[in-house]
Design a protein around this ligand. Structure first.
Ligand SMILES: [Zn+2]
Ligand SMILES: [Zn+2]
Length: 213
């Protein structure tokens, strides 16, 4: 696989300060991999061998299927079915070529992130200014930090992660509580104020799962 497909400058992901930056990183990797699977990878026999063997999860089949040109996907499915037929229907349904690549490239990009965090005060500041960290990525970052950052920087990093996730959780909790209270008969008037709570369910599910409903 060509390196430029998965090369993403960390600052590009953090500069917009919108949503969870690690979700943004994952989304960029996913969309590049979808394009790659349906385009250039068709000409690379070693990658074709891998997609034939692994197949995809339902989310990523969905992404591949939503693209306009159906022929590359049909060709991949044709080879994948042939592979399953030849292996007596043995297929591990947890496997996915895109998930595997997103995971391995995320690890590499996180190594760049930690290196940057360790040496650049400006990046540490940019990190602390993010809008939020979703819960799955809060867990990912805080787990990895323990082996990737020295003690002093680690403390600073963990507390930055903590406030990004905890502050967002506090806002969500307030909004979802307000959302529930809107169903109380006392709020049942036309001018009842929803405040910022109208999409509290969607935002809460996103925070908990890192995916939009
Ligand atoms: Zn996230
Ligand atoms: Zn997948």
């Amino acid at each position: 696989m060509k390196k430029d497909i998965t090369t993403i400058p960390i600052s590009e992901v953090f500069e917009p300060k919108e949503g969870c930056p690690i979700c943004c990183l994952r989304d960029m990797l996913e969309s590049r991999l979808v394009e790659y699977v349906l385009g250039p990878s068709m000409m690379e026999p070693d990658v074709r061998m891998e997609t034939n063997k692994l197949g995809f999860c339902s989310r990523h089949y969905g992404d591949l299927f939503s693209q306009r040109n159906k022929l590359p996907l049909a060709l991949i499915l044709e080879s994948h079915l042939a592979h399953i037929k030849n292996s007596d229907l043995k297929r591990d349904t947890d496997l996915c070529f895109i998930c595997q690549n997103v995971d391995s490239h995320t690890e590499k990009l996180l190594a760049n992130l930690f290196a940057l965090y360790g040496k650049e005060p400006a990046f540490r500041h940019l990190f602390s200014q993010q809008q939020l960290l979703c819960l799955p990525h809060y867990r990912l970052l805080t787990t990895r930090a323990k082996s990737k950052l020295n003690k002093k920087i680690q403390k600073d990093f963990l507390s930055a992660c903590q406030s990004l996730a905890a502050n967002h959780l506090k806002d969500l909790h307030r909004d979802i509580t307000h959302f529930c209270s809107m169903f109380d008969w006392r709020s049942n008037s036309e001018d009842a104020d929803w405040g910022t709570s109208k999409d509290a369910i969607e935002r809460t599910i996103y925070f908990l799962t890192s995916r939009n409903v």
